[in-house]
Design a binder for this molecule. Structure first.
Ligand SMILES: NC(=O)c1ccc[n+]([C@@H]2O[C@H](COP(=O)([O-])OP(=O)(O)OC[C@H]3O[C@@H](n4cnc5c(N)ncnc54)[C@H](OP(=O)(O)O)[C@@H]3O)[C@@H](O)[C@H]2O)c1
Length: 248
């Protein structure tokens, strides 16, 4: 079965509670809407309340979609108290979590290692790696309460093969692949599956910032890369863990 062309019923994610980080734009936004339309109760994470409210309203307007929840947190500045507060509110509202999609990331700057700004380096590593670690850590107790939970990390082609001028972003994606593998191996005998997805080139703001001059019409839209996400979030991927999948 090719996960890139995976087909699934309208109720694939019925009764599943799924937290998506960076649900306000790009791939995360498309996934949140699509997952809710397929029965998931999505927890929309983002840093901008107006953007979160907008997507909340869009999901509420989908016929039959469960009402979403909102989790506001700026991954660049959140401290341990903020993660504890998030964990407490998740615990108050939900008795389990079936999916966590670590999707939020920043690109940083396209400079050589020689010229890379140290503060920017720290920020990219923090948002892309440390925040994904911290978010996953506070979600694990609720994920363990599900019979079929799935954690997804988001990688990139430049996180598998080093390329010039991708700086901290590329290094953060290598680290993300590592984080996913380490967690997957720790959960080997449990019910939790842990995998990485490289969405490939997708028509989003991040892609525009990385390639401002390219023909955007030639790129896949966020909606086009979702089958791999749906496969890993739904029951058909039970037992699939420690993998790094290309969505294209
Ligand atoms: N697009 C591609 O071609 C491509 C290729 C390979 C891998 N990827 C990966 O795919 C994932 C999605 O990328 P995308 O292209 O959809 O990116 P995007 O359009 O730039 O969206 C990124 C999301 O992350 C959120 N975010 C960024 N910094 C945050 C912070 N400090 N706190 C909370 N949320 C924050 C953004 O929130 P705001 O809306 O508030 O900015 C937004 O919701 C990323 O992990 C990216 O590295 C993308």
């Amino acid at each position: 079965m090719d996960h890139r062309t995976y087909t699934y019923p309208d109720n694939l994610l019925h009764d599943r509670v799924i937290l998506i980080s960076g649900a306000t734009a790009g791939v995360g936004r498309a996934l949140a809407i699509h997952a809710a339309g397929h029965g998931a109760q999505v927890i929309l994470h983002g840093r901008s309340v107006p953007k979160l409210e907008k997507i909340y309203d869009e999901i509420e307007a989908i016929d039959g979609a469960p009402r979403p929840s909102i989790a506001v947190m700026d991954l660049a500045s959140a401290d341990s108290d903020a993660y504890r507060t998030l964990a407490d509110s998740l615990n108050d509202e939900f008795d389990h979590l079936d999916g966590l999609v670590n999707n939020a990331s920043i690109l940083g700057e396209r400079f050589s290692i020689e010229q890379y700004d140290a503060a920017m380096w720290q920020q990219v590593m923090h948002v892309n790696v440390t925040a994904a670690f911290a978010l996953t850590q506070v979600c694990l107790p609720l994920l363990h309460k599900s019979d079929d939970a799935s954690v997804i990390f988001t990688s990139s082609g430049v996180g598998r093969q080093g390329k010039p001028f991708w700086g901290a972003y590329a290094v953060s994606k290598f680290a993300t692949e590592g984080l996913s593998q380490v967690l997957a191996s720790e959960q080997e005998h449990g019910k939790l599956r842990v995998n990485c997805i490289n969405p490939g080139a997708v028509r989003t703001e991040m892609r525009r910032a990385a390639y401002p001059a390219e023909d955007r019409d030639a790129l896949k839209r966020p909606e086009d890369v979702l089958p791999t996400y749906m496969y890993l979030l739904g029951p058909d991927s039970k037992g699939v863990t420690g993998q790094s999948l290309d969505a294209q």
